[in-house]
Write a protein that binds this ligand. Structure first.
Ligand code: PGA
Length: 225
């Protein structure tokens, strides 16, 4: 159910997070985690277990998978192995969340540009983008290693607004993790929380301060006029 806290202002541009927001990547990320767990003789994790960690990058997934045992392994090597496996298999199960294409079309007819700002390494994010052609309409893709700063630092959001020649205060940032809402708020943008994303049972999303919570992208179309 959509929980409306304030009325969103019509945006000059819309910026999206990737994992758990535009694209449901959890199953492919979970497969990469389970590959590394098998290599180390550890028990695999189920979809219910890894889904809430899928917005937290390789580090979050490895922390979940190895728990206390993380200190006994070569973290750098395990991370590399996870990312390499993911790079090879990233398009197997991943797809856009429902309503994303309708929202892109609604933005297109109104000439509202959109971009992607993710913490995922650029090379991996670019591959996901190529696998899902609707994402190629994005004006800009900023990865977690594109700049010296990454979310929750607001710099990637400011750089993107600057590139698109719009004021940060007239942008929306749409994400599913606390770092997304924090980055958007620190950037002075209006923030939208995707309740369908990779939210864990202990996440107190209502305390993160998003301007709007949505249960589907189509909830946003009413705010575009
Ligand atoms: O891979 C990550 O670190 C998280 O990616 P996201 O910023 O698109 O959620």
């Amino acid at each position: 159910m959509t929980q409306q806290l304030i009325q969103l202002k019509k945006p000059a541009a819309v910026l999206f997070d990737l994992d758990g927001t535009l694209v449901d990547t959890a199953q492919d990320l979970g497969a990469a985690l389970n590959f590394v767990l098998r290599q180390h003789g550890m028990a695999e994790k189920s979809h219910e277990e890894y889904r809430p960690m899928a917005s937290h990058g390789a580090k979050g997934l490895l922390q979940l998978g190895f728990g206390e045992a993380l200190k006994d392994i070569d973290f750098g090597k395990a991370r590399q192995s996870l990312l390499e496996y993911y790079h090879e298999h990233s398009g197997v199960h991943s797809g856009l969340f429902p309503g994303a294409e309708e929202l892109f079309a609604a933005l297109e007819v109104r000439n509202i540009p959109w971009a992607i700002v993710t913490n995922k390494p650029f090379k991996l994010a670019a591959k996901v983008q190529r696998q899902l052609p609707a994402l190629l309409q994005s004006r800009l893709l900023i990865g977690g290693d594109s700049l010296a700063q990454r979310k929750p630092d607001p710099t990637p959001l400011w750089m993107t607004a600057h590139y698109m020649k719009v004021a940060a205060s007239s942008c929306w940032y749409i994400g599913d993790a606390e770092r997304d809402i924090e980055a958007g708020r620190r950037a002075g943008m209006q923030t939208v929380m995707c309740d369908f994303g990779y939210v864990g049972p202990d996440d107190k999303t209502e305390l993160w301060g998003a301007d709007l919570h949505i249960s589907a992208f189509t909830d946003l179309i009413q705010y575009l006029d």
